[in-house]
Design a binder for this molecule. Structure first.
Ligand code: 9J3
Length: 293
């Protein structure tokens, strides 16, 4: 009887938790996904070193049991991990393992950033196996995505153009690569651009990059009205590299949705990336295109 009671006292709260979680589960909205997600964020930077990049931090959802998809993120020209940090926190709070890297030199070209991103994918997978890794046993090897800013966005596109078979999704933001042509990309691609980007002008970079994608690829182009080159970056102390307007709510919500659908295969998020955005959000976007395959 004592044993039964002990089990009962453990099981009953668990049962209530499960029932209440089910009862209150709301479909995600762009508004809800602008806020931090359900998981506690932890991070570490004692990672195996690789020749393709200098250093990295891996963010992960500390209280998610298993089945993490992985996301590797490369910063832009002269930028560091710090400029991408909000993505690490936001995406891992929704359940992803997110590696943000520092390039070997601040001026590494987009191809070097592509190589760094592919090496980072291997490191994430390796952390799922390494004894002593905080995320051992928790990574799903074939759920990998790439992201990057500017030259890191160019690197994201280059990497996916050569290695789509290793990826499930990509999200370049305000990507920079003159004459970039990415018709071999074969994974769902979400491109963020800024209407007032003076460094990688949307008409010279993000928009033609988007137009170069194959018709067979599910793809979304979101150009933030009034947004500068740094609109999808973290707000840091470096005034040169600051978002000029706060669109992280919309950008973060769409990024989470893209990864939830194409890495986690969670259909609950698909309505958020199907068809046009809600009117209030469309008014914040200067150019929008979605082609779903
Ligand atoms: O990564 C970037 O921000 C690219 C910007 C740029 O103008 O590169 C020119 C060398």
């Amino acid at each position: 009887m004592k044993k039964f009671l002990a089990q009962f006292s453990v099981c009953l709260p668990t049962l209530f938790l499960m029932l209440s979680a089910t009862a209150v589960a709301q479909p995600p909205t762009l508004e809800s996904l602008a806020r931090p997600g359900p998981y506690q964020v932890a991070y570490y930077n004692q990672l195996p070193s690789v020749p393709e990049y200098a250093a990295a931090t891996l963010y992960f959802p500390a209280n998610r049991g298993t089945d993490f998809g992985g996301v590797a993120i490369a910063p832009g020209y002269t930028e560091t991990q710090e400029n991408m940090e909000w993505w690490g926190r936001h995406l891992s709070s929704y359940g992803f393992a997110v590696l943000i890297l520092d390039t070997n030199t601040p001026t590494d070209d987009p191809q070097l950033r592509a190589d760094a991103l592919m090496a980072a994918i291997d490191v994430i997978r390796g952390e799922g196996e390494r004894s002593g890794s905080p995320i051992r046993g928790k990574i799903v090897n074939d759920r990998m995505a790439l992201m990057g800013h500017s030259m890191g966005g160019g690197g994201t596109l280059l990497a996916a153009n050569s290695h789509s078979e290793q990826l499930k999704a990509i999200i370049p933001f305000t990507p920079w690569l003159p004459d970039g042509e990415f018709s071999a990309i074969n994974v769902p691609t979400l491109i963020f651009a800024g209407e007032d980007d003076q460094i990688a002008e949307a008409d010279e970079h993000a928009w033609p990059h988007f137009q170069s994608l194959s018709e067979d690829v599910t793809r979304m182009y979101v150009e933030v009205a009034g947004g500068n080159h740094f609109v999808a970056n973290s707000a840091t102390d470096d005034e040169r590299l600051l978002p000029n307007i706060d669109a992280h709510d919309l950008i973060g919500a769409l990024g989470v949705s893209w990864l939830k659908v194409y890495l986690d295969e969670d259909e609950a998020y698909r309505p958020l990336i199907s068809g046009e955005l809600p009117t209030a959000q469309m008014e914040r976007v200067s150019r929008f295109q979605l082609e779903s395959q």
